[in-house]
Design a protein. Structure first.
Lengths: 244, 244, 244, 244
């Protein structure tokens, strides 16, 4: 099974233990819900990691054994150590895929990779969200129709303060009057980064078949094409090139 | 006045002469309505041109005297000659600005410059359109708030089949469930191209102060930074470079 | 074998029949040389087509049976019919891959897809070319080192007048003082376009292992992710969207 | 003079005080050499700041009074405090221009804005550098020919590990066999960032007329179009949008 894509699903795992409503939707936590549907694909070998574990569950041995890292966080972004955030960033630049889910737009690794405020507008109003597929040929949109809907979600709105995506795969429409670039893909270093908007903890969004399909597609897309382990060391040790 | 930006507003000018409702909104035609509000800016020297004129009003003497060309067309795209369309494309690649308005997404010069189908989805349903400013720092958005609205417009929807814009300045929300990249900017050759979505002939859109502000901003943005008259001749006469 | 990638290698096939030196390097023509090395990969099913065949060897039955089209042309660009060029462009926008080789920067299908002059500077001076891999994670660079060299090639130089590539995979250095974006990738419609600079007819470039690797990688990258056969018809038949 | 562009030229100012050869080229320091030629343009109001000043010469009162910040640093990147680096980043995202010169590719503010390793290959070999203008219509290239040369400079080579630039204005050729994207422009938040490669401390590069022209052009380009002072606070205070 050496060729399986090694996926680590990270979750701060706080809401599910503090809020009965959230726990009802995700009894084992959002991370386990995601790992469960990914595990149905024989190409994927998922595991999980959470904030309260040693090194947030992301010691070097785990990061170096991870092809694609998914991240869900919301109320505890500040409790993630700068060291782990820097290690995740470095690993992405070496080639690891990174998928930021919903409120992870403010997580430390994503903000470090973007370099921008990553701010956005939002409200909780139980609105219908319709996600339009803008790039129909993009692998992350494989198997989808022209759009798909979520009956109720938290609303996010532009201006989403990120660098212009290399590909804007989805744009969301919300019944309350907002639009949002909901599926954004970037190349960073040797790695790939995808931001996917849906996934508020109070809705069963990660049980939705289309959402599962997008996340599964994104894992395949973000899997390393090449790993360049020395990339982060170049910061201190730059090799002179030969003279012709 | 040699430093004024020389603007030519082109209009197929058919609807206004065939449809009393349209004529009531734009008695002198859409082109004159646009030229009128541009003329209020002392930096601009606007003129107009229409389909039924000789060379569609765009002979070489006019094109070579134009810094920015605006284009409105809808039902008569096929009546524009390939020669004039090619001449417009060539002039844009030399440095002239080109602004395609509303249904001009299907006009020949724009399609030649994009290289894609330029297709989109649409319906006429008198829907409210809200245009969100995605790039607040972009000159075309200068003076606007986070969004502006048009009470009724034709609906356009994604997938808008164009090359990914260099800047996506606006994204529209429509009450009927669609989103659209409403303000798209591209660099092509030495010239600049802007597509602006609103402007269906049955609505007073070009009388709207925000729409006028966007178009006026776009003219300033699209004005030539440099003109490279020889660029089109390179097709047949490529200059070898000197050996060091 | 239904899953093989169906490759059509198109060549104007003029130099090889008019110039003994070229014929010596490519006795069966550049197209056959390319098809030969592609055929060594069991994932590919290559065929060839040339200018002098009926419909230049690209009737609808061939285009609809092609996943990736490679194009080599130089002195006979004008002899390609506008109809065939338009058909190729349309098929690319539907999802077919298109790879323009060397002087095909001026071929009609590529120019239609780019919308720009596609001009560049050049000289024939038997210079060494070093191609630097700028995007090491890009699939087209798979298996390459930091750079590779061709001992003698025609020199191309910037300004290469194309829309900014979605990915600039290679940048070439020439000993005479020029640089050139030698590997440029674009998304257009549902299809992918790659331009690869090397391949002048007087050099054995297509026998070079690194060049063969790049072209083979590019075929895999450009293979359709999705085909949208109706895309070109949208020009005349736009479907209104449902009201929510 | 309220309309002048307020420029702050920052320099770590270490080489010039430790190395007699560098001091001979830049007796008052690189920062003063740059401020001097910028001061010749009546549109600019330049001042300088250095590492050894309080807050590195960049307290909030200076940053809030700066439209464009230029940065030269090399051996003392680590001595810049994280707080100042974060304040610079925040100000750029609000709208301030930032121009990183030469070895400032590794300075903290630039690395924070890019999110990548910003690594590159290099050697000191007194090589000739030829900078090709790739985007002739870009304001930063105004007044330049197709290329300009520096007789001797430090060599930089790809892979330059930055996010794909929004515009690649220059690509350098070095006689020793390297290429480098020497003029790279990005939009970040409401601000603009430009990286310009030349400027090694042992060469009189900042006395070169073309280099001065590029830097002067870049200041004009990077000047704020809009300032959005609240942008960094959005991290903690996101305003819900009104319901329609």
């Amino acid at each position: 099974m050496a060729n399986k894509i090694r996926v680590t699903v990270w979750n701060e795992f706080v809401h599910e233990r503090e809020d009965a409503g959230v726990a009802k939707i995700y009894p084992k936590g959002i991370h386990e819900a995601i790992a469960d549907f990914l595990a149905r694909d024989p190409a994927y070998s998922p595991r999980t990691a959470t904030l309260d574990q040693v090194d947030h569950g992301l010691p070097p041995t785990v990061l170096s054994d991870t092809d694609v890292l998914l991240w869900w966080g919301h109320m505890a972004h500040d409790r993630v150590s700068d060291e782990i955030a820097a290690a995740v960033q470095r690993r992405v630049l070496e080639g690891m895929g990174f998928i930021a889910l919903h409120s992870a737009h403010f997580c430390k690794p994503f903000m470090r990779l973007m370099g921008t405020n990553c701010s956005l507008a939002w409200r909780e109003a139980d609105e219908r969200e319709r996600l339009w597929v803008v790039e129909r040929g993009h692998p992350i949109a494989a198997g989808l129709g022209p759009y798909f809907e979520l009956p109720r979600e938290e609303t996010y709105g532009e201006r989403f303060d990120v660098p212009q995506p290399d590909s804007t795969v989805f744009i969301s429409w919300f019944e309350g009057g907002n639009v949002f670039r909901s599926g954004c893909a970037w190349e960073r270093g040797a790695g790939r980064v995808f931001y996917f908007r849906p996934g508020h903890e109070t809705y069963p969004t990660f049980h939705d078949p289309n959402v599962q399909r997008v996340i599964s597609n994104a894992v395949a897309w973000a899997a390393p094409r090449v790993m360049i382990p020395g990339a982060h060391e170049c910061l201190h040790e730059i090799v002179p090139l030969e003279r012709i």
